[in-house]
Design a binder for this molecule. Structure first.
Ligand SMILES: [Zn+2]
Length: 413
C-alpha cells in the first residue's frame, strides 16, 4: 500500500527513503519543522567555529572550495562564504555540456560579482557521450556523468591544492526526506554520494558491463581513495545545517543583490533551480516521472508547502499541470548522442515503471503516477503563487539551428 504524507505530497515510494510518524506526517516534514525551532544564530556561530580552523594562515592558500554552476544555490553559497564568513574561496565547476546562455551568463556574472578564482573541468566529449549513451541505455539515467563528475571534481581539487574544506549548499537528503536532523550535521561522504547522487552506480560498474567503455573514460568519475582523502583531511560541509535554508527566498535575494538571472523552465513553476541546463527539466525530468512516478515539480511543491507559501491542494494542482507538460530538445539530444529518435523513444518507453504506467495498446500507456493516487481535500484556488515568488524575466529558447553551449565565454556586464 502506498502511503502519502498528510502535509506534503511525498509518498512511501520516495527513492531516498521516507518514514511516517503516528499522525501520518513524513520524516521530511518533521525535520523541516526544526527550521522553526532551532536557534539559527547559535547554529551560525557553530558554523564559524568549524570554519575558523580552516582559514589559511597568512592567506597563503585558499580557505575553502565552493562547487558552483550557473544555477542552483551557487550565488547564495558564495554570498555566505565571501561576505558573511569572509573566506577566500576557490570556485570549481564541472562542465555539464548542456549549457544554456542564461547559465553561462550567471556563471560569468558570479565570477565578477564575487571576485573569486574558478577552475573548470572539461572532460573530453567522446568519453562523456560514451558514458551518457551507456548510462541511458543500461541505467535509464542520462545525467550520471554530471552527478558523478560534479561530486568528484571538488574533492580532486581539494587534494591537489591541499584545501581540505569543501562548502556545499543544501543537503538534499535532509531537505527532501529528513534523512538526518540538522543537528547531526551530515557531511558529504563517499557513501552518501553512492546512494544519493549515483543511485548505486559507481564507475566500476560501468566498464565491467560494457566493452565500449574503457577505464580511462571513467578516471574523472572515481572518488579519490581514503589514503588521499585522509592525507589532506578533506571534509565537505553543508550550509543548510547551519543556516535556515529556504531556496526561494534566497534566490529572490540573489536577484536583487547580484542580478542572478532566472528563467521560465519546462515542467515546473520554479524559475531558479535548473536554468543552466537544457536537459534537466526536460528529458532528465521525464525519466524521473517514468521511473519513479513523480517529477521535479513534486519536489518543488513539497518544498513550497513546507515553507507555507502554498497549500497542499493548490500544490497538487500545480503537479497535475506541470508533470504532463511536453519535453523539449529531444531531437537535439538524440543528435548529440548519435542515436536515432526512434531508439530514444524505445529507451524511454522501456524505462516506464509498470507500477505507474500500464500499456493498454502498443506504445500507449495509462498514466497511473503517484499524483493520481493521492486524495487531497479541495480548497479555495490561489492563483497568485507563481507570480509572487518566481521571477521569470528571461526565457530559454533554443532555436532549431542552435546547439548546446559546449563552453561559454565570459560576459561583459
Ligand atoms: Zn511530508
Amino acid at each position: 500500500m502506498i502511503k502519502f504524507c498528510k502535509r506534503c505530497l511525498y509518498s512511501s515510494e520516495h527513492p531516498l527513503g521516507i518514514t511516517f510518524n503516528e499522525e501520518g506526517i513524513c520524516s521530511g516534514c518533521t525535520i523541516h519543522d526544526e527550521k522553526d525551532q532551532l536557534n539559527w544564530i547559535d547554529r551560525f556561530k557553530r558554523l564559524k567555529k568549524i570554519i575558523n580552523t580552516y582559514r589559511s594562515k597568512k592567506r597563503s592558500n585558499y580557505d575553502c572550495i565552493v562547487p558552483v554552476t550557473g544555477a542552483g544555490d551557487s550565488y547564495y553559497v558564495m554570498h555566505i562564504v565571501k561576505n558573511k564568513l569572509k573566506l577566500n574561496p576557490l570556485m570549481v565547476s564541472y562542465n555539464k555540456y548542456f549549457n544554456t546562455p542564461i547559465g553561462i551568463n550567471n556563471l560569468a556574472n558570479l565570477r565578477m560579482k564575487f571576485d573569486a578564482d574558478i577552475i573548470f573541468k572539461n572532460v573530453n566529449l567522446n568519453s562523456v557521450k560514451k558514458i551518457t549513451r551507456h548510462t541511458l541505455l543500461e541505467h535509464k539515467n542520462m545525467y550520471w556523468h554530471i552527478l558523478a563528475g560534479s561530486t568528484v571534481f571538488p574533492v580532486e581539487v581539494a587534494i591537489n591544492y591541499k584545501i581540505p574544506l569543501i562548502i556545499w549548499g543544501a543537503h538534499q537528503g535532509v531537505e527532501q526526506v529528513g534523512m538526518y536532523s540538522h543537528l547531526h550535521e551530515p557531511e558529504m561522504t563517499r557513501r552518501y554520494r553512492h546512494d544519493h547522487h549515483l543511485f548505486n552506480t559507481e564507475p566500476e560498474n560501468l566498464y565491467k558491463l560494457d566493452n565500449n567503455l574503457r577505464e580511462e573514460d571513467l578516471i574523472n568519475y572515481k572518488y579519490p581513495d581514503d589514503k588521499n582523502l585522509n592525507s589532506i583531511g578533506v571534509r565537505g560541509i553543508y550550509l543548510s545545517n547551519f543556516i535556515r535554508w529556504d531556496p526561494t527566498a534566497q534566490h529572490l535575494e540573489m536577484i536583487k543583490k547580484y542580478n542572478f538571472k532566472s528563467a521560465k523552465l519546462q515542467r515546473t513553476f520554479d524559475t531558479y533551480d535548473h536554468v543552466d541546463c537544457y536537459n534537466y527539466m526536460n528529458i532528465h525530468d521525464h525519466l524521473k516521472l517514468l521511473k519513479h512516478g513523480y517529477s521535479k515539480v513534486t519536489d518543488h511543491v513539497c518544498r513550497e508547502i513546507r515553507h507555507k507559501r502554498i497549500s497542499r491542494y493548490n500544490g497538487s494542482l500545480l503537479v497535475k499541470k506541470y508533470q504532463k507538460q511536453k519535453i523539449k530538445y529531444l531531437d537535439l539530444f538524440s543528435k548529440w548522442l548519435s542515436i536515432s529518435k526512434h531508439s530514444l523513444d524505445f529507451v524511454l518507453n522501456r524505462s516506464r515503471n509498470k507500477k505507474y504506467w500500464k500499456e493498454y495498446d502498443i506504445n500507449k500507456f495509462k498514466d497511473n503516477t503517484l499524483i493520481k493516487k493521492i486524495s487531497v481535500k479541495k480548497e479555495k484556488i490561489f492563483n497568485n503563487f507563481e507570480r509572487k515568488y518566481f521571477k521569470r524575466k528571461y526565457k530559454i529558447n533554443l532555436d532549431k539551428k542552435e546547439d548546446y553551449i559546449i563552453f561559454g565565454k565570459g560576459y561583459k556586464n
